[in-house]
Write a protein that binds this ligand. Structure first.
Ligand code: ATP
Length: 447
């Protein structure tokens, strides 16, 4: 299989130039591995989150919640994060660099980037020590250990502790799921690769509660559903595959775990974008033990009580955003033109801007007609207006942010009330009546 090219540097620059993603606090020199989404990036990420919510929550057997980031500190003892959410860390006494001991092959020696840490003669690596990835802070005015709370490193625990609240308030019957989208924080030792591994990120997680014994069946169903979701985003099938956790990778309580991996190209290659886990009854049993509250489900028709098993699907909104950008980026030659074009071939429903309206010239009522069209479309879709520069330049600007349709108002338009619609990928142009334009575009977007 041909390796996909590394487009990361080009994407980072495009994302900054066009307002998708900026380095956080850039004017102060930036904050390490924290990123801000600009006007186009926020639209793209919202479209991805909305697509997830539609597919996961708009069904009878899944409901949504939005739990708080700060949770009772006992939560993280019960979940195993206080004791076990650690990565092995090594320091280099020469360059003061810090690296994950288990990922040295992915890291570069800051003094000799052609080598990995430890391989350059000057490297002096310490023995590995365990480093907890949770961010700590204090609740209330006293900065003492009794007031320590954590920024959640995953959204899942907010779902587990609310299992009974949700089940009883919604009268859901097992099997059912609880879904949420929210921020998570991890003090990663070696973050990087743009928004691939960051210290603040968003997760979209769903915990599906099932009767023990039916868990593997549900696991297989969710595994298939989640792969179908990624394909539905337009990610190329050859860039997606499952990675089954080996016995060493599998958490002690997990009965099965598969990652959906995407090929980010270059040396990064295939990497996890989502985890699908059969977590047994580990989480609810732990919370039951640590809280002293029963977290059993009462199956009334069969008159039995049990602690449900959990099938979890956990996907990073930022990693998927990056995957869609990497997947969509292409450079191509344009017939009859010296300069080629950069295109973000995003699925139209993901595109931050759905249509852009251009007057061919700034006279003869064309700008006014273009503005009227923009106003008419605005309620139905994100629509841009541009009257600056040659029409070719305006097309290029929209192509590189993934706008699927460009609408041009020309001298004919003001006479017969028609416009040209140009499609991003095929470059095909069609004349459409201005009054039919909204329906025409909505039809194409839905298709
Ligand atoms: P990795 O091995 O890459 O650190 P993980 O196995 O720790 O990931 P999970 O805890 O299963 O990841 O989290 C589920 C999802 O959350 C991941 O598949 C990924 O999409 C996202 N995710 C996890 N850590 C980060 C991070 N530091 N930055 C961005 N996204 C993340």
């Amino acid at each position: 299989m041909a390796a996909h090219p590394d487009v990361m540097d080009k994407l980072v620059s495009l994302c900054k130039r066009r307002g998708f993603i900026f380095q956080s606090s850039e004017i102060y020199g930036g904050t390490g591995s924290v990123w801000d989404y600009g006007p186009l990036g926020v639209e793209l990420k919202r479209n991805i989150k909305e697509h997830w919510w539609q597919s996961m929550v708009r069904r009878d057997d899944v409901v949504g919640i939005d739990a708080a980031i700060l949770m009772h500190p006992r939560t993280w003892e019960a979940s195993g994060h206080v004791g076990g959410f650690v990565d092995p860390l090594v320091d280099c006494k020469t360059c003061k660099g810090r690296f994950r001991a288990d990922k040295l092959e992915d890291a570069r020696c800051p003094q000799k980037p052609s080598k990995q840490p430890g391989q350059h003669d000057a490297c002096q690596l310490t023995e590995p020590r365990q480093f907890n990835l949770m961010f700590k802070t204090f609740m209330g005015p006293l900065e003492e250990s009794a007031a320590t709370v954590y920024l959640r490193p995953e959204t899942a625990q907010g779902i587990f502790v609310n299992f009974l609240n949700v089940q009883q308030s919604t009268r859901q019957k097992v099997p059912f799921g609880i879904a949420q989208i929210g921020k998570a924080f991890r003090n990663e030792i070696t973050p990087g690769n743009f928004i691939f591994r960051t210290r603040e990120f968003e997760q979209m997680e769903m915990q599906f509660f099932v009767e023990p014994g039916t868990d593997m069946e549900w696991f297989e169903q969710w595994k298939a559903a989640r792969m179908a979701w990624h394909l539905g985003l337009g990610l190329s099938p050859e860039r997606l595959h499952f990675h089954q956790h080996t016995a060493q990778e599998l958490a002690h309580y997990a009965r099965a775990a598969f990652d959906v991996q995407f090929d980010f190209g270059g040396t990064l290659g295939f990497q996890e974008i989502e985890g699908i886990h059969n977590r047994s009854d580990f989480d609810l049993t732990q919370h039951q033990q640590f809280s002293g509250k029963k977290l059993e489900y009462f199956d009334q028709p069969n008159n039995k009580r049990y602690v449900p098993y959990v099938v979890e699907t956990s996907v990073g909104a930022d990693r998927v955003t990056l995957a869609t950008l990497v997947n969509a980026y292409r450079e191509e030659a344009v017939e009859g033109e010296d300069e080629g074009r950069v295109v973000l071939g995003l699925a139209p429903f993901l595109a931050p801007i759905k249509a852009a309206v251009f007057p061919l010239t700034k006279k003869d009522g064309q700008p006014e007609m273009a503005r009227r069209i923009q106003d008419d479309l605005r309620g139905a879709m994100a629509v841009d207006y541009d009257e600056t520069g040659s029409i070719g330049k305006r097309y290029r600007r929209q192509d590189e942010v993934g706008t699927p349709f460009c609408i041009t108002v020309d001298p004919q338009s003001t006479g017969d009330d028609t416009v040209t619609v140009r499609e991003r990928d095929s470059l095909a142009q069609e004349r459409v009546g201005a009054s039919q334009l909204k329906g025409y575009l909505l039809g194409k977007l839905a298709g």
